[in-house]
Design a protein around this ligand. Sequence first.
Ligand code: ATP
Ligand code: MG
Length: 213
Amino acid sequence: MSSITLALSKGRIFEETLPLLAAAGIVPADNPETSRKLIIDTNRPDVRLVIVRATDTPTYVQYGAADLGIAGKDVLLEHGGAGLYQPLDLDIAKCRLCVATRKGFDYAAASRPGGRIRVATKYINSAKAHFAAKGVHVDLIKLYGSMELAPLVGLADAIVDLVSSGGTLRANNLEEVEEIMPISSRLIVNQASLKLKRELIQPLLEAFAGAVK
Ligand code: ATP
Ligand code: MG
């Protein structure tokens, strides 16, 4: 019997995916927030979940270690999308990718065509594309955590990061100076799985699509 594996990250993506799974008749047997299991069975013998770091989701699906996954557009842009179908915007985990600076920094001057700016981010590809399109020279500094600190201690003029409420920026005396793009999470499917397991995957796609609207 054929079966399918869905890759999810803990936290908001798992939480916001639960109603979509329910719409497809799928109920996880464990809660990854409290269980240490990395492979989680469901009420369906032919469906299991694997719990991965958000940035690793496209990689598991690309190589077919998971047939499907749910990943933020931010993560997909950095990954590049090779080997993946992206059939559905699930409209969950919504936020925006932004440029932020210290309050009072003259971003308009620094981001004029021909200007130069030092930017700390974990979103290197998206930041590079954004400033290239504006004709701004950008010195990129790769970070893995708490980008908000970088402008406060002089590591960078600006950060490119995800913002939802803006509370973390405000708490650190930073301000959003430009929106790069809105972000939400997408369903991703391994290209070979879609062909070989279509009879299992197609009904899932339809249930998810119905639950999104
Ligand atoms: P960690 O926070 O453990 O370093 P992470 O940032 O990769 O990991 P999450 O914070 O769970 O993981 O984010 C997962 C996805 O949720 C992101 O890729 C993004 O698409 C979305 N996301 C991130 N921050 C927010 C937010 N504040 N509001 C809504 N969605 C968000
Ligand atoms: Mg996070």
